[in-house]
Design a protein around this ligand. Sequence first.
Ligand code: KG4
Ligand code: ZN
Length: 341
Amino acid sequence: MGQKTIKILAIETSCDETAAAILEVEFKGKNFPAIKTLSSVVKSQIPLHAKMGGVVPETAARAHVKNILPVVEKTLLDANLNLSNIDYIAVTQGPGLIPSLIIGVEFAKALSLATGIPIIPINHMLGHLYSPLAEGAPFPHIALIVSGGHTMLVLMKNLHNYKILGQTVDDAAGEAFDKVAKLLKLPYPGGPEVSKLAEQGRPTFEFPRPMINSKDYNFSFAGLKTAVLYFLRDHPKTKPADICKAFEDAAVDVLITKTLRAAKQYKTKSVSLSGGVSANKKLRQDLRDMCKQNNLDCFIPKRHLSTDNAEMIAMAAAVKLSQDYKPIKANKIKANPNLAL
Ligand code: KG4
Ligand code: ZN
């Protein structure tokens, strides 16, 4: 990297991953800053929540309390740095589970107060939004963000100017994957299990594609999950793999169709995919194919950046800093479970 670089320590505890990362950042005017990941640690709580079949907020918070110090220490150790080398602390402020968010936010505030390092609160969804864009996407751009809590289509005129075109009116895409997994009694976390099983499915039936033809860019996945529920009630002997495949086909079809329509309407040059569901193989492949057929540049984060991590939080902080950002006093920052993008 060039001469003027800064280092950001980011902390992410919005749900059930305790994560920290250190990024070295060099600013490039209004473009995406050049970034180098010096370390990134994700302590997953999957085994803890698997027993309960889903994330129990208080259990998640207790695990964050236990894990946060060792995770941050390991992140510094892996980068061969100490706090005196850090220029900014970035932390996920929301949205997410409030008991989980509080741990990361209060830890970051204490660290900031004790060291004097300025703190930058980050919207978790902004982390997802920027996670595939470090290579430098041409604008205008359409971003499809699909996670456990959100499904959004975002129009970006440039790196700093974005507008939500539509979002889910009920369940998020990841939530639907998780609920279908529960209906099929698959282990937690359900999304990856459904997609794994779908690879063996050869269904002779189809599920509905809710809101695929609606004029707006909103989504609805609750009806699709209910269609699976009724189908299972009426056809209890159906192979779970066939259910998974038919469900995945329907969910992916809606996501791709609406993304393409938005890309055409807004004459965008590129499209990106992010959020936990972007780890889904079929969604990644179908989006790549759709982009190829329509001459759109396609940006999808590496798998480890798809699901929750702190690297993406540091990336969002780097983009924020590349615009005239003034850090906020630590005692003014509060975790916000409903923080809007
Ligand atoms: O972004 P993320 O890690 O956490 C939230 O911010 O919500 O997303 C988690 C969601 C879960 O619903 C999980 O089931 C889903 O992403 N997911 C997947 C896959 N991997 C994770 N859904 C479908 N296929 C996958 N391979
Ligand atoms: Zn997320």
